[in-house]
Structures are given as structure tokens and as C-alpha cells.
Design a protein around this ligand. Structure first.
Ligand SMILES: [Zn+2]
Length: 294
């Protein structure tokens, strides 16, 4: 049993040395075949001399010495860092949440990290703006966003002038008046919208839609009496106008004190007309009414 093990061990070492010899050159391979173990010892002894003919045998010794030296681990990588930008925030309607909020200026930069600590930046800063309300980010520098908003405002003002001129030539055109009031409302120029309605009474009095828009403008200004008056006029012309019922309900809930019975009735009428969001308004009005009773 011992003999067999010894033979196996010997032939295994001889095989491995032959493999080394094949890698290091034909001359050495020949010597290997003759005296495998003797050659290995020679190699180890001569390894220090650079002019030694056994130079190729370093490979046998090197792996062991390398392992003894051990390893040094260096953790490096990269990390994106977001920081605040010095530019002033932009007041703008957020395209995601639809709220009129502030868009704060931010910047993003990739940093080279050593042991997880940022050492130096490896990318140019990328500026963007972020909605304060919902956190949505848009790839636009604050100044560029401001310029876009201003250009859009200027364009809308130009558009309003065009609509006004068109109304002067056909003062009974309710569709144009409604467009004009909606445009002023979107620019938050509520007084302009109200004066446009006063300038073209023919167009206003022929259209429940114009009356509803005018009432919504008053509602936006918290002028509830005027708002309710015009919602009432619109509903008189068309009792199935869901929009008028819906915002009439909103107005009844906002008055001080709120008229919750009327709010519930208006919300129910809006729901019956299939106006979107009327269900939620009805629930809200009913809950408030119940709370007021209890
Ligand atoms: Zn938002």
C-alpha cells in the first residue's frame, strides 16, 4: 500500500515538472526527462543569478513567495452626488403633479471614490430642477427653465392680444371669449378675464360655458357671491352642465360658513351629469355635513 502511494506521488511530481519544462524551453525539457528532481533543486539554487542558464525556472519558486507576501485591498469606485445649485428657484407649474410650486435648482456630478470617500469629480456637473411638492426632476438648468417660462408667458400674452382683436371684429363669438378668459386665467390675470367678459356681454350672455368660466375666475379670487351668481346663471341656461354644478359645490364648501346642504346637492347634480371627480366631491361634502351635524 505504502509503495503504491510513493510511486503515485513520484510520477505526479515528475509529470508536473515536465509541464513546467515545456513552458520554459526545449533545452530544459530534455534535462527534465533525464533527472526531474535534480533539475528542480538546481533551479532553486540558481534562481538568484541573472546570468544563470536556469533563468526560466523562476516560475517554480515565484508563486509561493508571492502568496507569502499577502494582498492589499484597495476599494475604489464612483458615486453620483446631488447638491444644491446657487441659482434661484423657479416658480412654475410642475408637469407631473400639476401644482404651482417652486422648482429648486440642483446639480449632479459623478465622483471618484476611495474607500467610499469622494476624492475628485470625474464628470461635468449636470444641472436640473426638482419639484418641491412631488420631487419630480427635469433635465433643465434653472435659468433655462425661467427663460422657457417667460417665453411661454410672452407667447400667451401675444395669443391673448390676437383673441382680443378677433373679438372686436366679432363681439358675439362666445368660443373666442371663452378661450380668452381661460388664457387669462391660466396666466393668473383674473382681472383681465373679468374685464374681457364685461367688454363682450353679447358673447357672455349667449353662452353657459362663458358664464361658468367667468364664475370659476371669481371663485379663484375667492369672490363667492359673484361666483355663485354666475354658476346659477349658467345652470339656468343648461341644467345638465356638470362643470357648473361641480364648481358651484366647491364654492358652497368654501364659503364662510359653508353651505353643506347646497354643496351636497351640487355635487350630486355634477355626478349625475357625469363630471369627473364629482364622486369624491360628493363624499367630501357628505362627510363634512355629517361632521357638522354630529
Ligand atoms: Zn411636482
Amino acid at each position: 500500500m505504502l509503495e503504491i502511494t510513493l510511486i503515485l506521488t513520484f510520477s505526479a511530481s515528475s509529470l508536473s515538472l515536465r509541464a513546467e519544462g515545456r513552458r520554459t524551453g526545449r533545452r530544459n525539457q530534455m534535462i527534465h526527462r533525464e533527472h526531474p528532481i535534480a533539475v528542480r533543486r538546481e533551479a532553486v539554487r540558481h534562481v538568484k543569478f541573472s546570468n544563470s542558464p536556469w533563468r526560466g525556472y523562476r516560475e517554480i519558486v515565484l508563486p509561493r513567495s508571492r502568496l507569502r507576501r499577502g494582498f492589499i485591498f484597495i476599494f475604489f469606485g464612483s458615486r453620483g452626488i446631488v447638491s444644491n445649485d446657487s441659482a434661484a428657484p423657479v416658480k412654475q407649474r410642475c408637469p407631473r403633479c400639476g401644482r404651482e410650486t417652486e422648482m429648486v435648482a440642483k446639480r449632479y456630478r459623478n465622483w471618484f471614490t476611495l474607500f467610499f470617500i469622494p476624492v475628485f469629480p470625474i464628470s461635468a456637473p449636470r444641472k436640473f430642477i426638482q419639484c418641491v411638492n412631488c420631487g419630480a426632476q427635469f433635465p433643465l438648468a434653472a435659468d433655462a427653465a425661467r427663460a422657457v417660462a417667460q417665453a411661454s408667458d410672452a407667447q400667451q400674452t401675444q395669443q391673448a392680444i390676437g383673441l382680443y382683436n378677433s373679438l372686436r371684429s366679432s363681439p358675439a363669438n362666445s368660443i373666442t371669449l371663452n378661450q380668452l378668459m381661460m388664457l387669462y386665467a391660466s396666466l393668473k390675470e383674473y382681472d383681465q378675464a373679468i374685464s374681457a367678459a364685461a367688454d363682450f356681454p353679447q358673447a357672455l350672455n349667449a353662452s353657459e360655458q362663458c358664464m361658468t368660466t367667468l364664475a370659476r375666475v371669481y371663485l379663484a379670487q375667492n369672490k363667492f357671491a359673484e361666483a355663485l351668481q354666475w354658476f346659477g346663471a349658467a345652470i339656468e341656461r343648461n341644467p345638465h352642465l356638470g362643470e357648473a354644478h361641480y364648481y358651484k359645490g366647491v364654492a358652497h364648501m368654501l364659503t364662510e360658513p359653508p353651505d353643506l346642504t347646497q354643496a351636497v346637492a351640487s355635487a350630486r347634480a355634477a355626478r349625475n351629469a357625469g363630471y369627473p371627480g364629482a364622486d369624491e366631491l360628493l363624499q367630501q361634502a357628505q362627510e363634512k355635513a355629517r361632521a357638522a351635524e354630529g
